[in-house]
Design a protein around this ligand. Sequence first.
Ligand code: DON
Length: 568
Amino acid sequence: MTRKYALLFIPFIFILSQCRTAPNADRSLAKYTGTIGDSVMVSSAHPQASKAGIDILKQGGNAVDAAIAIQYALAVVYPRAGNLGGGGFMVYRDAKGAFKTLDFRETAPAKADRDMYLDDEGNAVSDWSRFGGLSVGIPGTVGGIFESHKELGLLDMSVLIQPAIDLAENGFQLLPAQARLLNEKREDIEKYSPPNCIFLQKEKWHAGDIIIQKELAATLKRIQKDGLEGFYSGETARLLVEQVNKTNGIISLDDLQNYKAKWRAPLKGTFREYDIYSMGPPSSGGIVLLQILGMIEDQPLKNYGFNSLPYVHTLVEAERRAYADRSEYLGDPDFWDVPSNELLNEAYLQKRMENFDPAKASISDNIKPGKLLNESEETTHLSVVDLEGNAVSITTTLNANYGSKVWVDGAGFFLNNEMDDFSAKPGVPNLYGLIGNEANAIEPGKRMLSSMTPTIIEKNDALFMVTGTPGGSTIITSVLQSFLNVAEFEMSMAEAVNAYRFHHQWYPDTIKTDSNAFKGDFIEELNRMGHAHAEREPIGRVDAILVRPDGNLEGASDFRGEGAALGY
Ligand code: DON
């Protein structure tokens, strides 16, 4: 069997092993672990991308170099979310414990305005913010890659992009879920992309089909040769603007040239003996995660037990309150004064839980965003730890699967539909059912509020966990559970990542779970307490790394996806 062919089976083996150890809400788990290594580890949404990262580490690259190679590779082998046409966030911790966070979120075009998605009657038209050129924000990924490389990279950019160029030129094999999703989204892609889009060249895709992307390879080579300019100006920029304008868009060449990734102050919080570093605004991820942890810290979660009634109830009530705050207070800090300290104030968080009834669900209609005390947020995630102990946590997205469904003719990549993460109209839910207000209203140049939560956690000042996931509004609660499952319930990284998850986001006032996460009588108990419950498609696809007590690294890639954790 060739090496390439063998790699195709990694996900099958992983799913099979998962079936033997299916996560169980009553915690009768057979103990199992993910990939173990004593030197380096990467975990990402595609085996070929993880391999690109590992190869860079073997050549002496650091965690940031590996993360860059993974991002470029994902843009080729994971087109639903891996991207050049999207954006994201990075949390970085160097081996000595210094943190940096990079914001490469998309921005609204200069011609954007707050009512751009309202029809003549003032109703929000969700198709306008979700499909086609008008839904596209100015892409930040390439800007973010170059900024992180300038500050922290070791190897030449040209070396880091080469694995992606090879994958685009020589082709990659479709994995089973990738083929299914492409077939499912074909109609949408046909509507918004040119007929020569590579993903439309077969009526029906099958696992194992090989996709060669010549135009994307040419774009990657322009970036290799001209750097940032190879994307934000010249041929690539011209093709991008042309495509967006053909599908009702408003992006200009100036918008592209003006894009800048930004270093932001890392957001830090604590939970018991852990220090948690995550992404601040314009992502809501870090603040909402820390708010929830702050609201539940005084509860005996461990005694309650994994996914027990009091555990689920306690988390849901905290989530309800934190997501209510998100809707009112969070937006791009360059445009809106975000009261981060007030929202994370201990007394405030305690007050938020004052009306918490351990026996009864509150009703979201009665829970409003809190009164602050006066005081002096399809996506993909990757985690990397290198030989020195530097760690990278990056979540990057096109928003929906294949973003706006606009594929840039001649340049070979999909563009995001991130504009839908703005609040098109107060109280009108976006793709993920999230509602927002003034703080997240559309303004030219502004970044739309995100839920992405790339996170790095320390225990006793040493690296403990690198975690993150896609999943829209459920990102925050998936990251929360990946951490609590290890910290409170002593699961391995793989157990924690694969365990059943639940989620509540204020509205809709319903606990959403993976299918089969909760059993019939358990659901009846929740209903008696006043909680509505509904199953949904799998929640999140976490890619995480844990430093185990023996010092070894354990990488885990969620069974819900087709990714791989690789290390040695
Ligand atoms: O930034 C955000 O919060 C969303 N655009 C993320 C989208 C996402 O996670 C889709 N993946 N399932």
